[in-house]
Write a protein that binds this ligand. Structure first.
Ligand SMILES: [Zn+2]
Length: 113
């Protein structure tokens, strides 16, 4: 058997570099909207539900590109988890009907105490 190449003929390591670069570029963009229409604060550390992540609008598992910026958008981590491999339209509807901000992401106020 001959060594297998992927469909593009590009070695996987170069693919990964291109993917990481595309994700960094997507994170650097301040897009006009995200799934929930709320602003994304880059100062929030990753793993927080409101931190920034890159979503593939059409998941790679469904044939979307991981390197085409037109297929990448900056979203909240919680919104990315909500969307999973569903469509962007589905996720936007879901985000409007369900709470997407977890209590830990809301600044804690003691002013009413
Ligand atoms: Zn969001």
């Amino acid at each position: 058997m001959r060594p297998t190449a992927n469909a593009t003929g590009i070695p996987r390591s170069i693919n990964r570099q291109a993917r990481n670069l595309a994700r960094q570029r997507a994170l650097a963009q301040q897009l006009l909207y995200a799934i929930c229409d709320r602003p994304i604060d880059d100062a929030i550390a990753w793993s927080d539900p409101m931190s920034a992540e890159v979503d593939e609008i059409i998941p790679v598992s469904r044939g979307g590109s991981a390197t085409d910026l037109r297929n990448l958008e900056k979203v909240h981590r919680c919104c990315n988890q909500l969307k999973s491999d569903k469509s962007l339209a589905w996720a936007r509807r879901k985000a409007k009907g369900a709470p997407t901000v977890k209590p830990t992401a809301i600044p804690f106020s003691t002013s009413d105490w």
